[in-house]
Design a protein around this ligand. Structure first.
Ligand SMILES: [Zn+2]
Ligand SMILES: [Zn+2]
Length: 426
């Protein structure tokens, strides 16, 4: 049965569209925009709501295989749907890591069985994520991996990164970099600065990110490869990426909601839900990230959803693992902290949450276009209630883990309905 979404405010940056009109889809594809519903249509009244191309979180840890106590593909994709996402890209730091075709196919099968959102696989750059030997990138891309990353760890070896860029270029895939000089971060718990000194905790200096990003940018320039910098958190990184873009180097970048809204001051609570890598920085870095987001230096907002079971996060701060969940709070944070204060308009917000990640991952053209509501595109649609208010409570998360720094926060807005391939999932 055709579905008509009526009277919603359609925000689609791919068509520079922002006005109240109707959207119609059938058999998993968008078939009409701006036409009245027909007899027999299933009608969704979206009055007062935003109708957007399905949101895409391009940086998610689903933990399966190997760490099902933290998250599974089933629970992670369910959390994604409740957060308003129709697609996620999952990171390869699983056990075993995603460095073989068999593991790529396992993820694809588990995602299909879960039947929640689309899951796009990121494969390893190096075998076993050891940063020593290249993974079989050609085979991995052919089996469906959309990009490669050793996320969780950097690839520090410049020659290995250079060769990875050359392989990626042959398949027109981006390399996603977790940029970190590990000799500078060893033993670190939080951002190196006044607060780490005050608390007597070992710091992770901004240089650890900036030095590696400079190396990655240089190698992208030399090879002509496409670099995507994950979780940008420093003023220096924003500056490096801004300059690289102005010189025509193929670099894109993402920032997480937490690096836009929280600072290292939060560590004064010793609460491990504020411990992540890269760490929460000081306010000047947060301000630089917001400016980078506003001026287009940072293309994407991604959650770096990193679930950890409660018993792991309850350890002492220096023993607790890095990372926080983010799928179910990202859209509300964007609305509450970026759209409502006027830092981003709706076009900008949806570009960073859907259109841009689709372009970077190569999903915006081809036979199954994502990140757009153009006629013929997949009917992946997120309908957002921008005004509803709610409080973040651990018992409401669909993720298996509850390690959020936003517990107790008052939020504006959340997903009201989610269609994946024309099927209603929320
Ligand atoms: Zn990372
Ligand atoms: Zn990550």
């Amino acid at each position: 049965m055709p579905i008509s979404i009526v009277q919603g405010r359609i925000v689609d940056p791919s068509q520079h569209l922002d006005r109240v009109c109707n959207l119609r889809f059938e058999a998993g594809k968008i078939i009409e925009i701006d036409t009245p519903p027909r007899d027999g249509d299933d009608i969704f009244d979206a009055t007062g709501k935003i109708v957007a191309p399905g949101l895409i979180d391009m940086h998610v840890h689903l933990r399966e295989p190997g760490r099902e106590e933290d998250e599974t593909i089933q629970t992670g994709t369910l959390a994604a749907i409740h957060g308003g996402f129709t697609s996620v890209a999952c990171c390869p730091n699983t056990l075993p890591p995603i460095d073989t075709q068999a593991t790529v196919e396992f993820i694809q099968q588990q995602a299909a069985r879960s039947g929640n959102c689309n899951v796009f696989v990121l494969c390893c750059i190096s075998k076993n994520r050891e940063g020593k030997e290249l993974a079989e990138l050609g085979q991995l891309f052919e089996s469906g991996a959309v990009a490669c990353s050793d996320d969780g760890s950097p690839v520090e070896d410049a020659e290995l990164t250079r060769r990875a860029f050359e392989y990626c270029l042959m398949f027109d895939k981006p390399l996603l970099s977790h940029a970190e000089v590990t000799s500078l971060t060893k033993g670190g718990v939080m951002h190196e600065g006044k607060v780490s000194m005050l608390l007597g905790l070992r710091g992770m200096p901004v240089g650890a990110d900036d030095v590696m990003i400079a190396q990655d940018i240089t190698l992208a320039e030399i090879t002509g490869g496409k670099l995507h910098v994950m979780h940008v958190s420093t003023e220096g990184a924003v500056g490096l990426i801004r300059r690289a873009k102005s010189r025509g180097i193929r670099v894109t970048a993402e920032v997480t909601p937490h690096h836009l809204t929280l600072t290292d001051e939060a560590l004064k609570t010793y609460n491990s839900n504020f411990k992540m890598s890269p760490p929460l920085r000081s306010q000047d870095h947060v301000d630089a990230c917001i400016e980078g987001l506003r001026d287009g230096t940072l293309d994407v907002i991604a959650s770096d959803h990193a679930p950890h079971a409660a018993e792991k996060k309850m350890r002492e701060l220096d023993q607790a693992p890095f990372g926080i969940i983010g799928l179910e709070t990202m859209l509300p944070i964007v609305i509450t902290k970026l759209v409502r204060p006027g830092i981003l308009d709706w076009q900008g917000a949806i570009a960073k949450l859907s259109t841009n990640p689709a372009k970077i991952l190569g999903l915006s053209n081809g036979i199954q276009p994502k990140g757009t509501l153009q006629v013929g595109a997949d009917a992946d649609v997120t309908i957002i209630d921008p005004d509803t208010t709610w409080t973040v409570r651990p018992e409401d998360f669909h993720s298996k883990s509850k390690n959020s720094p936003y517990l107790g926060w008052q939020m504006y807005g959340k997903a009201a309905a989610v269609y994946v391939g024309g099927k209603r999932k929320l």
